[in-house]
Ligand binder design. Structure first.
Ligand SMILES: [Zn+2]
Ligand SMILES: [Zn+2]
Length: 355
């Protein structure tokens, strides 16, 4: 299968809400970072008329919706492919999801599981607290800023981490991975990754520093989409290429700072010898005919783990892994790479559903 891969950055903030960079600056930085597309998601506002190509980056505007009166603040929803602002529905998460779907949009639960950060961090726990909802596309599996603030144990570490953020990142929270596996037993659930970039300056006593500027974050947790279609420069077409891939889960979450993940693939083939074979890539279903062969190819050496229904069934260090099975289930791949004495999350693929 000949696939085109596009690297995108989803979930960031601009001066349209609480980010420090204007949309023009953000687009310029995204171009410099080599991103194929970006989807800013400002809080409770949809900016219309900006979608389009800006040099080599496709800009698509989304919205992050939540009830700003609610205490504790919680349940942020990333809404994509919107025609109209859905903030008027913010008080009711299910109403938000319904309003998004009714206009042909789709969405993801943002930073669904967070820990309580120490008080000096001054960042609330913004977990999703309305798990009874339905109709959403999936989860933001890995949110860079969410992980960062959740892994700061004390002030000394906070100062160190602000100067050496690469010490911090380990991967999505294990609780989020477990929740995803639980949801997958019920229904298809797509995951994406993002940074939640704001470009804010943090102060700690006399120290003040822009922790995590946009140009740094755009090289961290990205979402890579796979499509048989090629961008042709036409907004309507290219928008559909991005949104179809995200909606269907033809994408993987990648921490590109640990090594460019472009070229990472997870595929399946099914069919007995002599019979018609079928193929699938991440995000797709495949019918079990005799056996299914699952293959992982990585552009760099990694600790590659294949999971079925949330449990590791095969593991290999290297650039590939091949596994044959006659068992139905939800198969997904995690890859880790070592950096500064720790194994760190690098790639998390959407699943192949063997039915
Ligand atoms: Zn949020
Ligand atoms: Zn956000």
């Amino acid at each position: 299968m000949n696939l085109n891969e596009y690297v995108g950055h989803i979930h960031l903030h601009t001066t349209y809400s609480d980010g420090v960079a204007t949309i023009e600056e953000v687009v310029r930085i995204a171009n410099r970072a080599g991103l194929d597309f970006i989807i800013p998601t400002d809080h409770n506002v949809l900016i219309k008329g900006l979608d389009g190509w800006y040099e080599n980056t496709l800009l698509l505007m989304g919205e992050e919706v939540h009830d700003q009166q609610r205490q504790p603040e919680s349940s942020h929803y990333l809404a994509l492919n919107l025609k109209e602002d859905v903030a008027p529905y913010a008080q009711d998460p299910q109403a938000v999801i319904n309003a998004v779907n009714a206009q042909g949009g789709f969405g993801f639960l943002a930073h669904p599981i967070e820990y309580d950060a120490p008080p000096f961090v001054e960042e609330p726990n913004l977990s999703w607290r309305d798990w009874q909802v339905s109709g959403y596309t999936g989860l933001e599996l890995w949110n860079y800023m969410s992980e960062f603030k959740n892994r700061v144990p004390n002030k000394a570490a906070a100062i160190l981490f602000c100067y050496f953020p690469r010490l911090v990142m380990l991967g999505p929270h294990i609780e989020t991975l477990a929740k995803w596996d639980e949801l997958l037993q019920d229904k298809k659930t797509v995951v994406i990754g993002g940074s939640d970039a704001h470009g804010n300056t943090y102060r700690l006593g006399p120290l003040s520093r822009v922790v995590q500027p946009y140009d740094y974050l755009f090289r961290t947790v990205n979402t890579h989409i796979l499509s048989q279609e090629v961008f042709d420069g036409q907004l309507a077409h290219d928008k559909r290429v991005v949104y179809d891939a995200l909606r269907e889960g033809r994408c993987f979450v990648a921490y590109d700072l640990l090594g460019d993940t472009r070229g990472f693939r997870f595929t399946a083939t099914s069919g007995d010898a002599g019979r018609r074979t079928s193929r699938a890539i991440m995000g797709q279903e495949i019918a079990l005919q005799g056996e299914v062969s699952l293959e992982v190819h990585s552009p760099r050496r990694a600790d590659i783990r294949l999971l079925r229904d949330g449990r590791i069934v095969a593991r290999r260090s290297g650039k590939s892994l091949r596994w044959t099975t006659s068992q139905k289930g939800v198969y997904r791949v995690e890859a880790y790479r070592p950096f500064l004495l720790k194994k760190r999350g690098w790639v998390f693929t959407n699943p192949i559903y063997v039915r």
